[in-house]
Design a protein around this ligand. Structure first.
Ligand SMILES: O=C(O)C1=C[C@@H](OP(=O)(O)O)[C@@H](O)[C@H](O)C1
Ligand SMILES: C=C(OP(=O)(O)O)C(=O)O
Length: 447
């Protein structure tokens, strides 16, 4: 069980959501800034970093591997990573705690597979239940020695680093974590590692490694990577200044849906990452009848960003399947909330991956939203929501899942009475001060 059990009482909103918000930095990019920055020769200054539990797990793990990382709690969104080079990591003295972060565990598996030392990855109960064979199996084919519970599928994972050989691998599932783990291992392998993905999983690792000078080629859904002959360059902005982490579109999604659902609302969300592998939520909401505006579009850095302006609008049901699911994989708890207020049926298919996220996001989203009166039916690989249904205040449970907790908070804003959310503090895994940011009680500053 996830042990924190802080209750939060949420009252229905009696006023619109208006103004400007900056949601915290992108979680995927914040993890990668630490891991990839560590492999550079030189210092990467990072601003807009996400000071949330998942990314702190990566920070502590990288420090335990001998990487000097400066982080001052007084300026929590800034980090300075003193890269140790591809061959500068050292054997950790203790097990590496990935807390609740699947991204940390899976990317680190790939990184540690090719080192000349022994390491053990572990984490919270929920993480130790998540499948790791998807990374461990292809890494074993590259020559890695990885053992764990359940025949090597479940953490703790013990990794005896070994010389690796490149493989050609067709990923059975679209997963940026698997792809990134294999790319990291590919940096240490003899030969060219060729990875083909079945769908467009987020490409932050590709973009960042390319900017760092790694020998990497991309075509359609295939990535090829080789061991670099020259040192990797630190991460920077195009002008040579600090590398800027965009605001996380997966965090913005909760505010976007809140603005759509709460009458008379208009929100401007600044500097949001609009990498096309992450904007599935915008495409889905568009199919549900929503419009929004992009302002200040900037495409000169490693990751494109824009301000997103969205206002209250009626929604209708749609069908979501195929590649669109991959491009919005973390957004389904909040999409389910939007669907409860949409006219007609919203059908999600091809999303069986949701069953193995922080929690079973199909079962738990359906279970908790039903307590609030939603008409939602779980499917093996998705769900069906019929709307619109008025939501009622209820006692609901986060199940230790940050995205479920935030989705339920948004649902509670439009319920007919107060809602008690049990286990609310888990929101800090990806979005510190979520409620204050949503309600506009946090000053809008970047670093
Ligand atoms: O690579 C990443 O940073 C992530 C990839 C996705 O997981 P999968 O690779 O398992 O789809 C996503 O759900 C997770 O929140 C972050
Ligand atoms: C699934 C998620 O993250 P992770 O896999 O890193 O735990 C998430 O943030 O929704």
């Amino acid at each position: 069980m996830h042990k924190t059990m802080q209750n939060l009482t949420i009252h229905p909103l009696t006023h619109p959501l208006t103004g400007t918000r900056r949601v915290p930095g992108d979680k995927s990019i914040s993890h990668r800034a630490l891991i990839l920055g560590a492999l550079a020769e030189g210092t990467s200054d990072v601003v807009g970093w996400l000071p949330a539990a998942d990314c702190y797990a990566t920070l502590h793990v990288m420090r335990a591997l001998g990487v000097p990382i400066e982080h001052d709690p007084a300026t929590p969104t800034r980090v300075r990573v003193h890269g140790v080079g591809l061959h500068g990591l050292r054997e950790p003295e203790n097990v590496l705690d990935c807390d609740g972060s699947g991204t940390t565990m899976r990317l680190l598996c790939g990184l540690l597979a090719g080192q000349s030392f022994f390491s053990v990855l572990t984490g919270r109960d929920a993480l130790r239940r998540r499948p790791m064979r998807r990374v461990a199996d292809p890494l074993r084919r590259m020559g890695a020695a990885i053992d764990g519970r359940d025949g090597g599928n479940l953490a703790p994972l013990a990794i005896r680093g070994a010389p690796l050989r490149a493989i050609t691998y067709e990923m059975p599932i679209a997963s940026a974590q698997v792809k990134s783990a294999l790319m990291l291992a590919g940096l240490y392998a003899e030969g060219e590692t060729v990875i083909t993905q079945p769908g467009p999983a987020r490409d932050h690792t590709e973009r960042m490694l390319h900017a760092m000078g790694a020998p990497l080629t991309l075509e359609a859904n295939t990535v090829r990577v080789q061991a670099p002959q020259a040192p990797l360059r630190p991460l920077t902005a195009p002008d040579g200044g600090a590398f800027v982490v965009p605001a996380d579109i997966s965090s913005a999604a909760f505010l976007i849906v809140a603005a759509l659902l709460v009458p008379n609302s208009t929100l401007r969300l600044v500097d949001v990452g609009i990498n096309p592998t992450r904007t599935g939520i915008l495409d889905i909401l568009q199919r549900m009848g929503a419009t929004w505006a992009l302002d200040n579009v900037r495409e000169d850095a490693i990751e494109p960003t824009a301000d997103l302006i969205v206002h209250h609008q009626p929604l209708h049901g749609t069908t979501i399947a195929g590649d669109l699911v991959v491009r919005a994989i973390d957004e389904f708890p909040i999409i389910a909330v939007a669907a409860t207020q949409a006219e007609g049926e919203t059908i999600v298919r091809d999303a069986a991956e949701l069953r193995v996220k922080e929690t079973d996001r199909i079962g738990n989203v359906a279970r908790e939203l039903r307590k609030m009166g939603a008409d939602i039916e779980p499917l093996d690989d998705g769900f069906v929501v019929r709307g619109p249904t008025p939501l009622r205040g209820a006692t609901v449970e986060s199940h230790g899942d940050h995205r479920l907790a935030m989705a339920l908070t948004v649902a509670a804003l439009i319920a007919d009475g107060p809602t008690t959310l049990q286990g609310a503090d888990v929101m800090a895994d990806s979005f510190p001060r979520f409620v204050e940011t949503l309600l506009g009680e946090v000053e809008e500053t970047q670093a």
